[in-house]
Design a protein around this ligand. Structure first.
Ligand code: UDP
Length: 311
C-alpha cells in the first residue's frame, strides 16, 4: 500500500484529494497549518489509513516512516487570501516547496507540485499552452502568488534535473465545488453566497473578463492520472469551457432562482483579462478531459453552500 503525504490536505482541493487517494488504497498523511484549510473538510474521513498532522510546511518537515508520494498543495489560493497573507504565500511557495522537495529526496518519493494558471499572469497568448512563458507583474499584488508558484516550478525542475527526483507539475485552472469556503472571495463562492442571501452580485470591472471553470472531481481525476504517469513536464488541467464573468453571474442567478441584482465595482489590479487552458497535452499524455458539465457542478456546489448557510 503506497504511503502519501498531502500538504494543504485540509483545504478545498487537498481534502478531496485525500479522499480520492484513500479510495485508491493509499495510506494518507494530511498536513496543514489550517490558515485557509479547515478540519471540517476532513471530518468526514473515518479511515484508519488517514492521519492529520498540524504543521506549517514553510518550517522543516519531520515525518517518520516511508513515503511513496508527496503532493504539495499547501498555499493560500484565493486572490483575497494571498493579498491578506502575502509573506506566508511567498514562503510556502518557496520555503515550503523546498522543504517538501527535501523530504521527497530523503524518502525517495515521487513529488507532485500544485502549480497554477497564474504562472501565465495576464496572458498575451490565448488559450494558454504549457510552453507559453507568461506575462506576470512581479511586483503587483498578485505577484506574491504568481512568482511563488513560478519559483516552485523552477526548484521542482532543479530537483528533478540535479537529484533525479521523479517530479510532476500540474497547472491548475479555476476550479470549483463543495468545500470552497463561503468567504473564500473567489467569483463562484461570492456569487453563490450573494445570490442565496439576497445581496447584489459584485462583478469586478465590466464582467467581460473570461475564466474557464472546472469541477473539482474532474480536477482530482486529472491529478491522479498525472501522478501515475511518466510525465515530468508541466501539464494544464482545467475545463476549456470559457465564459465571461458576467455570463457566470447570470448562470448563478438562474441556478439559484435569485432576485439579486448585479452591481459593478472596480476591477482589481492585474486581474487577467482572459483565461482558458489548452488541454492538448492532458488529452494526449493522460487521456484526460473534463466530463462534468457546468450545470451539474453548480448544482452540487449550490447544495453545499445551502447546507453551510443553513438555507
Ligand atoms: N470576480 C468578480 N466578482 C467577485 C469575485 C471575483 O467579478 O465577487 C472576478 C475577478 O475579478 C476575476 C474573476 O471573477 O476576473 C475570477 O476571480 P477569482 O477570484 O475567482 O479567481 P482568479 O481567476 O482571478 O484567480
Amino acid at each position: 500500500m503506497p504511503r502519501t503525504l498531502v500538504t494543504g490536505g485540509a483545504g478545498f482541493l487537498g481534502s478531496h484529494l485525500c479522499e480520492y487517494l484513500l479510495n485508491k488504497g493509499h495510506e494518507v498523511v494530511c498536513m496543514d497549518n489550517l490558515i485557509t484549510g479547515s478540519k471540517d473538510n476532513i471530518s468526514g474521513i473515518k479511515s484508519e489509513k488517514f492521519q492529520f498532522v498540524e504543521h506549517n510546511v514553510s518550517e522543516f518537515i519531520a515525518l517518520e516512516g516511508e513515503l511513496d508520494y508527496i503532493l504539495h498543495f499547501a498555499s493560500p489560493a484565493s486572490p483575497i487570501d494571498y493579498l491578506e497573507l502575502p509573506i506566508q504565500t511567498l514562503k510556502v511557495g518557496a520555503l515550503g516547496t523546498h522543504n517538501a522537495l527535501g523530504l521527497a529526496k530523503a524518502k525517495k518519493a515521487v513529488f507532485f507540485l500544485a502549480s497554477t494558471s497564474e504562472v501565465y499572469g495576464d496572458p498575451l497568448i490565448h488559450p494558454q499552452p504549457e510552453d507559453y512563458w507568461g506575462n506576470v507583474n512581479p511586483i503587483g499584488p498578485r505577484g506574491v502568488y504568481d512568482e511563488a508558484k513560478r519559483f516552485a516550478e523552477a526548484i521542482t525542475m532543479a530537483y528533478h534535473r540535479t537529484h533525479g527526483i521523479n517530479t510532476k507539475i500540474i497547472r491548475i485552472f479555476n476550479t470549483f465545488g463543495p468545500r470552497m469556503r463561503i468567504n473564500d472571495g473567489r467569483a463562484i463562492p461570492n456569487f453563490l453566497k450573494q445570490a442565496l442571501t439576497g445581496k447584489d452580485l459584485t462583478i469586478y470591472g465590466d464582467g467581460s473578463q473570461t475564466r474557464s471553470f472546472c469541477y473539482v472531481s474532474d480536477l482530482v481525476e486529472g491529478i491522479y492520472r498525472l501522478l501515475t504517469s511518466d510525465q515530468n513536464s508541466p501539464i494544464n488541467i482545467g475545463n476549456p469551457n470559457e465564459m465571461t464573468i458576467k455570463e457566470m453571474a447570470d448562470k448563478i442567478l438562474q441556478a439559484t432562482n435569485s432576485k439579486s441584482k448585479i452591481t459593478y465595482v472596480p476591477l482589481p489590479e492585474d486581474d487577467p483579462k482572459v483565461r482558458q487552458p489548452d488541454i492538448t497535452r492532458a488529452k494526449k499524455y493522460l487521456n484526460w478531459e473534463p466530463v462534468v458539465g457546468l450545470g451539474e457542478g453548480l448544482q452540487s456546489t449550490l447544495k453545499y453552500f445551502k447546507e453551510q448557510l443553513q438555507i
